[in-house]
Design a protein around this ligand. Structure first.
Ligand SMILES: [Ca+2]
Ligand SMILES: [Ca+2]
Ligand SMILES: [Ca+2]
Length: 447
């Protein structure tokens, strides 16, 4: 990922062209960001629902607790903004789950709902500045499907959330590159138009004031931002990426794990990576209605965004901090080099659902145990159904919940301390940069 300075939307290619702008301002105006998926490992076109068996992260509870999670919720009308290269808007496994702006009449050239954007029916295209965020790269389509390809519809595979509202905001071009200016615009659109969660499967090496302002705007409106940690296999202590490394509490940085639970070799790690989630060899939606495998922290972030969508579906009352604390309070401590631990959606959900409302396996009559009817197509679930379910008494459940709550509180406190520390480091860095930056060239006066 290379840093390219941008001035007023135009590439600044030479020193001479920079003379008219104060250098320090140019440095913080905008930077390029890039998507973080590696090239597809293999491609395949969707034929039927059984493609879900190729989705290792969605098999049983081992990878990230999805079997237990789906027992509680498979989603609802929670809006998740995918700020990326757009989405394949006609993909049959995405189309039913697209967010729709009810106040906007399509393709009439009029901003019917007066939100400042013309014909923004499913989102907006900040690259071409039009109302059609159609993906021309494939990255955003893949990311969107991980959050919420429609589940149990007889087509392809499934997202973490079977039902969700995917708001598509195109900020990356056909080469999966874009500017922080476009990303900041996407974040503000998402917040202003009802997104509950934002996914950013992109990163750059340079922080900008414009992007951080947008992150703070989301925080002020209780919108968590899930950000890929980066694909350099690097320690974020020495090679921070943005937006993952911003210190704001609503930024949830995500590292990627491989099948088996270890850190994916490409994944960045360390402070700024709050949580790890499956991100290697992930099968999801592809351009043209198909499916393909991709690897990267770009794939791990939407697993977490999907988890937050499930949390918001069962606890619509939780604010941004509440969602984040529920997510991080359920993690597994498996020794990964991230701040909290490994994603466990089932535990996170159960930690915030009142015991009386758990949709659980019967704990009295073992013979009556059945896998949930909504998930009978999963071979793994069928195998699990033949095993004895764990019997838990309500008192051990309560104790577990209390421990989990305490853990969540500790994690939140730790998180706040780390955020403060990172903010301090960032301030110091900014000071150093300002000091080291050459004095701005005088702007010639013309009369
Ligand atoms: Ca509009
Ligand atoms: Ca319109
Ligand atoms: Ca499907």
């Amino acid at each position: 990922v290379s840093t390219v300075l941008v001035n007023g939307g135009c590439l600044v290619g030479s020193e001479a062209e920079m003379l008219a702008v104060p250098r320090a301002l140019a440095l913080t105006t905008a930077t390029f960001l890039a998507a973080l998926a590696l090239a597809p490992i293999a491609g395949a076109s969707a034929t039927s629902d059984p493609r879900s068996l190729d989705q290792w992260a969605l098999q049983g509870d081992a990878p990230m607790g999805i079997e237990s999670a789906w027992r509680q919720s498979t989603g609802s009308d929670v809006t998740v903004a995918i700020i990326d290269s757009g989405a394949d808007l006609t993909h049959p496994d995405l189309a039913p789950n697209l967010w729709t702006n009810a106040g906007e009449i399509p393709a009439n050239g009029i901003d019917d709902d007066h939100n400042g954007y013309v014909d923004d029916v499913h989102g907006y295209d900040f690259v071409d500045n039009d109302g059609t965020p159609q993906d021309t790269n494939g990255h955003g389509t893949h990311v969107a499907g991980i959050v919420g390809a429609r589940g149990d519809n007889g087509i392809g595979g499934s997202g973490v959330a079977w039902r969700v509202r995917l708001m598509s905001l195109r900020v990356l071009d056909a080469n999966a590159h874009g500017t922080t200016t476009a990303v900041a615009g996407g974040i503000r659109y998402a917040v202003d138009n009802g997104a509950r969660i934002v996914n950013l499967s992109l990163a750059g090496p340079t922080p900008t004031v414009e992007l951080e302002d947008a992150v703070q705007y989301a925080q002020a409106h209780d919108v968590p931002i899930v950000a890929a940690a980066g694909n350099d296999g690097a320690d974020l202590t020495t090679s921070p990426t943005y937006p993952a490394a911003y210190g704001e509490a609503n930024v949830i940085g995500v590292a990627a794990t491989a099948p088996g639970g270890g850190l994916a070799s490409v994944s960045d790690y360390g402070p700024g990576a709050d949580i790890a989630a499956p991100g290697a060899q992930i099968l999801s939606t592809a351009l043209g209605g198909g499916y393909e495998w991709r690897t990267g922290t770009s794939m791990a972030a939407p697993e977490v965004a999907g988890a937050l969508a499930l949390l918001a579906s069962v606890r619509p009352d939780l604010d941004g901090n509440g969602l984040r604390d529920a997510l991080l309070g359920g993690v597994r401590h498996t020794g990964l080099p991230v701040e909290a631990g490994a994603l466990d959606i089932g535990t996170s959900l159960r930690n915030v659902i009142p015991v009386a409302s758990w949709k659980d396996a019967p704990t009295t009559a073992l013979s009556s145990y059945r896998a949930p009817a909504t998930a009978t197509k999963s071979a793994t679930l069928k195998r699990k159904a033949s095993k004895k379910p764990k019997i838990k008494t309500s008192s051990t459940k309560a104790a577990k919940r209390a421990r989990a709550k305490a853990k969540a509180r500790k994690a939140a406190a730790r998180r706040r301390a780390q955020a403060a520390r990172r903010a301090k480091i960032r301030r110091n860095k900014a000071t150093v940069r300002a000091i080291n930056a050459p004095a701005p060239h005088p702007i010639p006066h013309h009369s």
